[in-house]
Design a protein around this ligand. Structure first.
Ligand SMILES: [Zn+2]
Length: 386
């Protein structure tokens, strides 16, 4: 585990990329404090200029931009903004097979409410599971294959359909890690993908690391060069707006979005409908980096002035994980295999695999809209269309 540098302002900062402090505060708070309304106004004008250039370049083609969907509340804010600004949007979703019924409902609600075209990519499930197994075994991560395939597919579609602009929503290194400032002109590049999405592990290294894969799998991982992409820009919306994630995500309720009731955080909107994000993925975050996503959500709310710092600084008291369904229902691991993994790979966080946390988070933090007795099916394998 890495030592977490505490910030005087958000107290619970869990900056992943930027552990520097500026006069006692973390990079995210430092950058947040110094941006004035005038800067936000200028950044939005910059965004409108990019939109206008994209429209010029797409003249005669079907789409002005691709929006990369996550099937959570953020999509509603982003697609609403793009449609409002008059862009013709193609929504692209890559299935990571971790979305449950709630996420699929929300994705379908998104494309029907805003009446936008969409493409969903379902990677070969057999290959994908093997990649996830390898990723977990080698790198203590279950998201590497999804991220590599996602970037490949988005840029492939953009190339095939000659779409001049690709839009992502939140830029995490900017919003949570304070690695960049709002005024930096951030563009997604091959370097960016390797540095921020793939933890510095190239697809070649990953595939050469003992994965039991059939020939031809590498084609899922290689992507058209974005650095040298002609007439194509890949941007993050949060680079151009104030990005009040909690407020804009809760506004998604007006568009028919259904919030989640996750364990291990109070945020019902970010990554709503994921069967692993606040379970095994979050447990691996604690294992690898020493903090849960709850720390990030708390830091955000304190930074925006909506919450006081918690009396309890030991956030693990709020956590209780159940990774068994992932191993049993997704990876089809045997009981003895699961026990082996717990004992040998999760030993330092095994005490957090329990029925209930020491302190009930929901009692400390009221939820805006608890989910009503939904029968949610985890690990939905087939759900390809509306
Ligand atoms: Zn801070």
């Amino acid at each position: 585990m890495t030592e977490i540098v505490k910030c005087d302002q958000c107290h619970t900062t869990a900056s992943f990329f930027n552990r520097h402090r500026y006069a006692g505060v973390c990079g995210a708070c430092f950058n947040f404090n110094k941006v004035t309304p005038a800067v936000y106004a200028q950044r939005y004008q910059d965004l409108l200029h990019i939109f206008s250039e994209a429209k010029k370049r797409s003249r005669g083609k079907q789409y002005d931009c691709i929006y990369v969907a996550r099937a959570d509340a953020e999509d509603f804010f982003c697609v609403h903004l793009l449609v409002q600004e008059g862009l013709s949007v193609l929504v692209v979703l890559t299935n990571n097979y971790f979305l449950n019924d709630l996420a699929w409902h929300n994705f379908h609600q998104l494309v029907t409410y805003f009446d936008v075209d969409s493409v969903t990519y379902n990677p070969n499930l057999h290959t994908y599971k093997e990649l996830v197994r390898t990723s977990l075994r080698r790198y203590n991560s279950i998201y590497y294959p999804f991220k590599a395939i996602l970037h490949h597919f988005v840029l492939k579609i953009a190339s095939e359909k000659a779409v001049p602009l690709v839009v992502w929503g939140q830029c995490q290194p900017l919003e949570f890690d304070g690695k960049f400032q709002k005024t930096d002109e951030l563009r997604l590049s091959e370097w960016w993908i390797l540095e921020h999405e793939l933890n510095g592990v190239t697809p070649e290294r990953f595939l050469g690391s003992g994965a039991q894969l059939e020939a031809g799998t590498a084609r899922h991982f290689t992507f058209p060069s974005v650095s040298t992409g002609v007439n194509r820009e890949v941007i993050f919306l949060s680079n151009f707006t104030r990005w009040d994630q909690a407020t804009q995500n809760s506004d998604a309720l007006d568009f028919g979005f259904e919030p989640d009731a996750p364990n291990n955080t109070f945020d019902q909107f970010e990554n709503a409908g994921s069967s692993v994000y606040y379970q095994l993925h979050d447990l691996l975050r604690v294992l690898n980096h020493g903090f849960p996503k709850l720390a990030v959500h708390l830091a955000r709310e304190i930074r925006f002035g909506r919450r006081e710092k918690l009396d309890c600084q030991d956030l693990t008291k709020f956590l209780a994980y159940d990774p068994a369904p992932f191993f049993k229902d997704f990876l089809n691991t045997t009981t003895s295999g699961y026990r082996w993994f717990l004992e040998h790979r999760l030993s330092t966080v095994q005490h957090l695999i329990r029925e209930a946390p020491e302190i009930n988070l929901a009692k400390q933090m009221a939820s805006p809209k608890p989910l009503q007795n939904k029968n949610i099916q985890d690990f939905v394998i087939f759900k390809k269309g509306i």
